[in-house]
Design a protein around this ligand. Structure first.
Ligand SMILES: Cc1ncc(COP(=O)(O)O)c(C=O)c1O
Length: 410
């Protein structure tokens, strides 16, 4: 990358700014020797459950642990089918398989990139049948019961939960939210006429604290949030070798705990999350001002009236995406693609027997999407430079020559 480059993500500056508070956490842990569990973990769990508006938060080792434990604790059993979307990070589906279940997919809404409730309805009505005696829903092709659905709040944008929750209730499915990219995102429930936090709407929800997330640890971390006492209890056991009391194992579990240093760091950073999310929203608005004129050549993110998006990623769509990405890279601007290959087309899931054309909205998005730099502290100067390069690209592509007169400064 050339000098004065703009990184896709800046993980150095925010930690430099919090250096004293973060180092104090290390010192506290070194002095007490409480590396695993203890008051730092319990304190963070309390703060994060309050932030999410849930009765419980259970810290775990990663977001992948969180999805897997949430599914298992919510009652998903080996042999069940769990439905999600193909355009998510692979961990959503790894967790389904590792819980012993079979993943299945429905397509997404083209504007939000999240689960399309109409596709879920069609899936349940057409690809499944309801057993007359038990009332359970069976996938016709797999001959197995469908017991849970995972809406993923992708890019910091909440999925349209009202209709998903309605369908889940009608068909007896548990809803586990994958909120790994959506710390602090909010959804307006038209049904209940109130705003709700991502992570507070399903039976349980999973969060990741991977460093680049809106709330990120200085290492690995995750959490399950839930209002259900039984689920919280079971997740606590699953993360700790199936024990509620030391060396008395009620079930076989995992080593999936959140460590104390990460919990202490997360507690410090949680205090800044609302302001950071506001900054991300401000950056998104600024991109909107700067890039508005490029629509429809470059399609900007869509924020429905019922969503307060926290822009974990700022994803645009453009037909010649690879050329735009190269143009930006040549100008020293980092970008990403989340995700280039939908999961139903990944080699790892060839056994699911899906192919090209099965989920057209997902596949269309995967070919066109590009994630622009998005983080608190990105700064107006950088955004103006990014926009200038994008406008330059659009002008060249559309045969209007180069852009000379653009002035994006406020
Ligand atoms: C949507 C989604 N689900 C699950 C995960 C898994 O989280 P982790 O990497 O902490 O295991 C991630 C993290 O990247 C994610 O983005």
């Amino acid at each position: 990358m050339p000098a004065h480059s703009i990184p896709f993500l800046d993980l150095v500056t925010p930690h430099r700014e919090l250096k004293n508070e973060l180092t104090a956490v290390f010192e506290q842990v070194l002095e007490t020797g409480g590396f695993v569990g203890g008051p730092l973990v319990a304190g963070f769990e309390q703060d994060f459950s309050q932030f999410c508006g849930t009765r419980h938060c259970v810290g775990v080792g990663s977001g992948t642990d969180a999805v897997r434990f949430a599914l298992m604790a919510a009652g998903v059993e080996p042999g069940d089918v769990v439905v999600t979307v193909p355009n998510t990070f692979i961990a959503t589906v790894e967790a389904i398989t590792q819980a012993g279940a079979t993943p299945d997919f429905v397509d997404v809404d083209e504007r939000t990139y999240n689960m399309d409730p109409e596709q879920l309805a069609m899936y349940l009505q057409v690809r499944c049948r309801v057993d007359g005696t038990t009332g359970r829903v069976y996938n016709k092709r797999l001959g197995r019961p469908v017991t849970a659905v995972i809406p993923v709040h992708l890019y910091g944008q909440p999925a349209d939960m009202d209709p998903i929750l309605d369908l889940a209730e009608r068909f007896g499915l548990r809803v586990v939210e994958d909120a790994c990219q959506a710390h602090g995102a909010e959804y307006f429930s038209r049904k209940e006429s109130t705003w709700k936090q991502a992570g507070s709407m399903g039976k349980a929800a999973a969060f990741s604290f991977y460093p680049g997330k809106n709330l990120g640890a200085c290492g690995e971390g995750g959490a399950v949030t839930t209002n259900d006492d039984g689920i919280a209890r079971k997740v606590r056991m699953l993360r700790d070798h199936g024990q509620a009391q030391k060396y008395y194992h009620e079930l076989e579990g995992y080593n999936g705990r959140l460590d104390a240093i990460q919990a202490g760091i997360l507690r410090v950073k949680l205090g800044h999350l609302t302001a950071w999310n506001e900054e991300r929203r401000g950056c998104a608005r600024r991109y909107g001002e700067l890039l508005g004129s490029t629509q429809p050549v470059i399609k900007l993110p869509y924020e429905p009236s019922w969503a307060r998006v926290v822009y974990h990623l700022y994803v645009v769509r453009v037909r010649n995406r690879d050329a735009l990405q190269k143009h930006l890279a040549d100008a020293g601007i980092g970008t990403g693609i989340h995700y280039p290959v939908p999961l139903h087309l990944q080699k790892a899931y060839a056994n699911l027997d899906y192919g090209k054309g099965d989920f057209p909205a997902c596949e269309g998005a995967a070919a066109d999407i590009l994630s622009l730099p998005m983080y608190p502290g990105l700064g107006d100067e950088h955004q103006v430079r990014i926009a200038r390069e994008m406008l330059d690209f659009v002008y060249k592509e559309t045969g209007l020559g180069t852009l000379s007169s653009f002035s994006g400064a406020r």
